[in-house]
Design a protein around this ligand. Sequence first.
Ligand code: ADP
Ligand code: ZN
Length: 758
Amino acid sequence: MLYADIILPLAIAETFTYSVPQELAEAVAVGVRVVVPLGARKFYTGVVYRLHEQKPPGKRLRSIVSVVDERSVAEAVQLRFWEWLAGYYLCGIGQVMNAAIPAALKSSGFDPALQEGYSPRTETHLVLSEELGTEESFNRALDTLRRAKSQYNALLRLADRLAPPDAPALPSYPKARFIGGGHGSSAVVRELQKKGLIRTVEVAISRMESTEASEASLPVLTEAQQQALDEILRHFGESRTALLHGVTGSGKTEIYIHLIDQSLRAGRDALYLLPEIALTTQLIERLQTYFGGRVVVYHSRFNDNMRAECYLRLLKPDREPMLILGVRSSLLLPHSRLGMVIVDEEHETSYKQQDPAPRYQARDAALVLAGLNGASVVLGSATPAVESYYNAVSGKYGLVTLGERYGGAQLPQVLIADMARAGRRGERTSHFSHLLLHQIEQTLSAGEQVILFQNRRGFSPYLQCGTCSAIPTCPHCNVSLTYHKGDSALVCHYCGHTEGAPRVCPACGAADLQTRGFGTEKVEEELGALFPDARIARLDLDATRSARNYARIVSAFDSGRIDILVGTQMVTKGFDFERVTLVGVLNADNLLNYTDFRASERGFQLMMQVAGRAGRRQTAGRVVIQTFQPEHPVLAQVTAGDYTAMFRSQLAERQRFFYPPYCRLIRFTLKHTQKPILDEASDRFHTTMRHIFGRRLLGPETPVIDKVRNEYLCTFLLKVERDRSFAEAKTLAQKVIVQLSEQPGWGSLTIVADIDPM
Ligand code: ADP
Ligand code: ZN
């Protein structure tokens, strides 16, 4: 008797065993989806994980009902990867499967022809009818059209298109292109169809933009770039992983292009991972000029059919090697023949999935995936994560440094604007130091462009009543509502709750609500008053709800139709604008004052990234950083552009206070809608965990925002020594979680374990 262990889309760690009925024995294979019963009258689609002949003891087994796929949708490499993700990030393998297989493929058959959920996009094509297969019959058909000149011509032209003299024959020709090309009107085509001389067929075509562009030869590397490439290749021989530390504008992308090319030539795929905001049209087009139709782009904005198409495309058995360019989740596509993995901007926190499970760190998981594929990895950044740089200097990865910008462009000059001092001396207008205003003026009159960075969107982070000091907060989250002036609304940036902006204080009724702090919207408004002749635009989540709007703003800035671009994080990544010579950081303090142990590192990375937008060509750029703490050590490191200084000081702090890379972290978040139950559960968690882990457990801590979407939150942090078994610690913690979750009366208690939190 044959048994199958099945992965079901449930938050349960194990697989489920079913018996394989005789008549399905041939069709059931590892990686194939099957339908199985579970519980009283539920059916699930799951993936076969393992086939074996050991009947599990005791239980009466149920049977597989039917087989969905003819071919495996998850090859052995993938199943190993899922297994690793589930084990390492403490979740069910079914949750990993859920994240990996696009929904359009979940509900139905795998072969596109059978499917209901996934529908390939089709195009109507014209073919000659089978009766015209020989030259003789074709000529006879033409004869019958002697008196219908346009039909006669159209039939001849279609035959020409299908069998061109100087190119391979085509099975069919797109109807729209035929008519659009003036080869025959739609009425003529209809007549020919009626006479049975031609037929239409529906042909599946790709939703992905395919470019027929001829493929350009690779960029010629500078000496420094060539040397970096050689070093990377040398490191591959030893550790398979290299960290490329290259300043902004040094041409890391050019080096990636060479590495990708090598992989494709060797018949292996390349995976190029990017944070969401760095996946720009600029970059996609640049890669398409070299790799043409072999570029597959995977965006998080893709709808499900497009995801399904990507997934299916990778599974095709005899396809040519491809470059998959994508965000975090593209790691979960069915990769089984990777030769090269590139993780660009590897320090970016958005590589960490927050919710739902699997809460994976794509950079770290990419190393595992590469290992399973026998692929090499390059992590690239101008400001590597402290952990990655530590791995490099301690010899785990190869370290390659590229310290100069392409074309001799200078690194920008950084000026610190002391806002307190400027205030005392009357050298400040609202949120702008006169130093910054003066620089903006100069830049504009030189016909150059400005980027201003403020990491808060909206008009002001909160409103406050000048009479009673009340602050309007979100009814679902314990956080102030952000005022959006353009929409005249108060918006919660945690849950999205939106309400009309009140005219009077909701608490005391006084018409005395004042705006506090400032966001991008307010910066934009005030700039408009200060520089009435400048063309100003804003790039943030609100201004770019639609992809089209985003592209419109970026291209307007690129072509010089905008002088000043005000934005959030969005302006810091992946852009390469020639005319930008001034960058302003409006409020460095809210980048530096987080209580997180990574705050200084993050502040450094962000300011260096945004500074990197200035002066990418011959003209040296300038950066003005406004702050109330000009003495902050990170600002000195940014001014000097000194990554290693930041690294050394941060490493010393991490060692002293025992943080990664000196230990590993798990963050536990307990959530419940009732505060008393949360407190009780938190007490119990604390006692039980302390009993096992002693002082390695920190907390409970109440997060700054201690209520989100109607759930109260508290967190714990577990620090595990490097020389202890992390796996064992996770198993022990998992037991406590299960035990607490089963406590009667705590039904809706959620405990989330976040491994390597960021
Ligand atoms: P990074 O990714 O390190 O920030 P980029 O790869 O975006 O840098 O390069 C910065 C700019 O310099 C881009 O406009 C790029 O086209 C140009 N560039 C870099 N290296 C070369 C090269 N070898 N040949 C031509 N242009 C280059
Ligand atoms: Zn809210």
